[in-house]
Design a binder for this molecule. Structure first.
Ligand code: GLN
Length: 536
């Protein structure tokens, strides 16, 4: 039978529940268990696809086209296995399911209520992943903080599940904060005691406390927490601020979080965790032999989480190249023809980020023209690729009015435009080209050199596409389509063969980069940047 682990958060948000869940998942996986991680989000949006990145950071996309919370990115990067629609559930989706059923007459005559209807639906969604038969352990992270009104149905659902499935099969880990009071020179336990009381008042006794702290937790404090929160002393786990998120599994290993989980759930332990690859990754991460400066050109740069997967893909690609990457965020709206040379002066390569809407577009195009003309490596993702096509059309094909119809709906030269099937769509949520699509690479291209194969599959999240009417002219002028979806005749990758490294992709390679499988395009881009730095 599948075992269920729930991760709740107390005291404060942003304690890193996603990283703790992913780290525990990694340790259990390294012991030979098959593990998946799920996130329950208490907001009413059906999915985060319609949210501005400033709200909750990047929208992550799964193979099967779900637009999800960015924590799923951490789960995939740590566990190296794909997630799916079932791995992210929101209150919006739960209510939508129930309301659709009500309208269909399924509850005819009955009053539809939070308990039992909403909680039953939550429990069904939690157990859905176990029904695939693929997992020994399902870890479910509950978004938000214990005590929030909107989390209550989730907390009640895990209370019921524990009762229904038995104590050995369900375990609750509570992630909390031990604030340090400088004046008293002390770590304080009271907020944690209160937050555990809050959980208790909902009928849940946490089994393990994971305590975020800036300083080591003494045995005295461990005992105090254990006594007042009613847990074993060995179940008080210290989670000290880490240099990198990739250190956290090792910290948790030292604190024996996995051992505690295994003994409490009476799991039959198979092996000592095999973390050889993880440790060698960490070793390389901390001992780079070279360094490059990459400009990340985007419009959400104030918030690191907005480009989370891109940041992490750079970490993975840096390790693969034994290279430290200094990622310099450049606000696209601040770039213009007069300052571009100065802004990109010390940059060894630029990545132009994905995005929506008009803001910052001209700055992106200006930056692309500069790196194209100056042989500086360029990597464009989604909107970044579309901007590269517009730039090439304007400045090489001399179609001065070339644009994307997203930016200029009535442009004379719509080099990027909406696909026919997208034109009919009115609703915003879940209606883009989403999830994995096949792509065939041109042999000898830069893309082919990176992947070392012809057939690839990558994840998408966009509405607009390369307009094939311009393909012949573009190719004749030196920008080729090196990757295509042959089924739908769509251009997926453009590149300039005469440039040291100029590649734009319509898909999102960053979603598939993991610690154990750094993405080949990121790896090759960094290699090109180190070469270009050496040649300067
Ligand atoms: N806004 C563009 C589109 O919808 C690009 C989207 C993106 O960068 N993810 O096609």
């Amino acid at each position: 039978m599948t075992k269920f682990i729930f991760v709740t958060g107390g005291v404060s948000s942003s304690l890193g529940k996603g990283i703790i869940a992913a780290s525990l998942g990694k340790l259990l996986q390294a012991r030979g268990f098959s593990v998946t991680i799920q996130k329950l989000d208490p907001y009413i949006n059906v999915d985060p696809g319609t949210l501005n990145p400033y709200e909750h950071g990047e929208c992550y996309v799964t193979e099967d086209g779900a637009e999800t919370d960015l924590d799923l990115g951490h789960y995939e990067r740590f566990l190296n296995i794909p997630t799916s629609q079932a791995n992210n559930v929101t209150t919006g989706r739960i209510y939508q399911t129930i309301i659709n059923k009500e309208r269909a007459g399924e509850y005819l005559g009955k009053t539809v209520q939070v308990i039992p209807h909403i909680t039953d639906e939550i429990k069904r969604r939690i157990q859905l992943l176990s029904q695939t038969g693929k997992y020994d352990i399902v870890i479910t992270e509950i978004g938000g903080t214990v005590g929030d009104i909107e989390s209550l149905p989730y907390i009640e659902s895990i209370r019921q599940l524990r009762w229904e499935l038995g104590r050995d099969n369900c375990l609750t880990i509570h992630l909390t904060l031990l604030p340090y009071l400088n004046a008293a020179k002390e770590l304080k336990t009271k907020p944690t005691q209160h937050s555990v009381k809050e959980l208790l008042s909902s009928g849940i006794q946490p089994d393990i406390l994971v305590c975020r702290t800036e300083f080591p937790i003494s045995m005295q404090i461990r005992r105090k927490l254990a006594l007042f929160c009613n847990v074993d002393v060995t179940s008080v786990i210290e989670a000290r601020d880490a240099e990198s998120i990739y250190d956290v599994p090792i910290h948790m290993l030292k604190e024996k979080l996995d051992v505690s989980v295994i003994s409490k759930m009476r799991l039959v332990d198979r092996n000592e965790p095999n973390l050889e690859r993880w440790k060698s990754f960490l070793g390389q991460l901390k001992n780079p032999v070279r360094e490059v400066k990459i400009g990340l050109v985007g419009k959400y740069i104030e918030l690191q989480d907005a480009y989370k997967s891109i940041h992490e893909a750079f970490v993975h690609a840096g390790v693969a190249n034994e290279c430290k990457i200094n990622l310099i965020s450049i606000h696209s709206a601040q770039i213009n023809k007069n300052n571009v040379a100065e802004m990109l002066q010390e940059i060894d390569g630029i990545l132009v980020a994905p995005g929506f809407g008009e803001r910052g577009i001209e700055g992106k195009i200006t930056a692309i023209q500069y790196v194209r003309e100056n042989n500086i490596p360029f990597f464009g993702i989604c909107l970044g690729m579309q901007c590269a096509v517009v730039e090439f059309a304007r400045n090489v094909l001399k179609l001065k009015q070339a644009s994307s119809t997203e930016i200029t709906p009535k442009t004379k030269h719509p080099v990027i435009n909406l696909m026919q099937e997208q034109k009919k769509i009115q609703n915003k949520g879940g209606t883009m080209r989403l999830g994995a699509y096949d792509c065939t690479l041109a042999e000898g291209s830069k893309a082919y050199q990176a992947y070392e194969k012809i057939d690839i599959s990558e994840r998408h999240r966009h509405r607009y596409e390369f307009n094939n009417q311009y393909l012949e002219k573009m190719e004749a002028a030196g920008m080729i389509a090196s990757g295509k979806n042959t089924k739908r005749n769509l251009v997926e990758i453009v590149e300039i063969p005469t440039h040291p490294w100029f590649v734009g992709v319509q898909f999102h390679p960053e979603y598939k980069s993991t610690v154990e499988n750094p993405h080949p395009l990121f790896v090759e881009f960094i290699r090109a940047c180190t070469n270009s730095k050496n040649n300067r």
